[in-house]
Ligand binder design. Sequence first.
Ligand code: OGA
Ligand code: MN
Length: 344
Amino acid sequence: MAMAAVMESGEDAFKQLFKFYKRRKPPPDFSEVINFSGNLCTGKVVPIKLNPTAVSDAAASRVGLRPALDWRAFGLQGCPGFIFISDPFRKDSQPFWIRQCLKTYPQKPNVCNLDMHMSPCDTQDIWERSVNKKSLLERLRWVTLGYQYNWDTKLYSADHYTPFPADLQSLSQQIALGCGFGDFRPQAGILNYYRSDSSLGIHVDESELDHSCPLLSFCFGQSAIFLLGGKQRQDPPTAMFMHSGDVMVMSGQSRLFYHAVPRIVPANPSLFSSKLQNPPAPPDLQTQTTPLETNSVLEPVSEQDWAICLRYIESSRINVTVRQVLGPGQSFPHSSEMSSEYPA
Ligand code: OGA
Ligand code: MN
């Protein structure tokens, strides 16, 4: 069925396209999906000039990014503030970030979906328990960092905070700087882990208390289709591919635009293997504690760790969203009530 035929049936455009791209049999036609790493012949895409002088090459390199002058950034007509950066990562740095997402960030005190029905001692070593084939990693769906997001109330908790990872904070701040956001403060993170048949429904991220701050999104592993609509739930969305290493920034008006991930798409095998090369670790890796270069947040990924990561991302996708919850000087309503109990 062609996309045009779907659009005629009356149901709102976003729902229709979500179903269209989610469908298994027959598989949908992907010819209208924007591919920022391919030929960009569509008139909707506009190249964006970033702010490359705000990011030094050394600062970019320390978090595994290429010099900001080389970042290929795009916007979409009708989506003010939306920035798509097509894989700005240095050739060898994705393995580190993928290892962090699978091995480090799921660890306590961060919270994951498995904690909802398993005891802390059963979820404290997801990674070690995934070395063998009955893998807990396969059942990981989400991890929350910083101000803990409550999936039921859709509220961030003022008093349940786990330290935001310093490396991910640095990475996010360099991306934000390059996009013109000099004072971005990462305060909450949500990692979503997708299997090949997973999807993410139509939503807006509005739980943060200050919507003037950008929201950053990092993609690793298998590819996906991202639908970006508008301010109204029914507004017709634009479909685009997200590949491993791609970064999206939702700021300005598009910060509150409806969006969804209807489908995970197998990554192009040759592109995938060329991007995801784990640099050979120094021979003394077991004892090594010094980073790859001065002040780098990157650490070598051992062969054993990379084997587990690779097996995982060969069929799965990881998405990391980084959010500033509070504006400058803002505090949670509840915590400010509390503080009034104390003398100034
Ligand atoms: C989210 C989100 C998109 C993605 O976590 O809010 O929209 O690409 N993620 O997984
Ligand atoms: Mn979202």
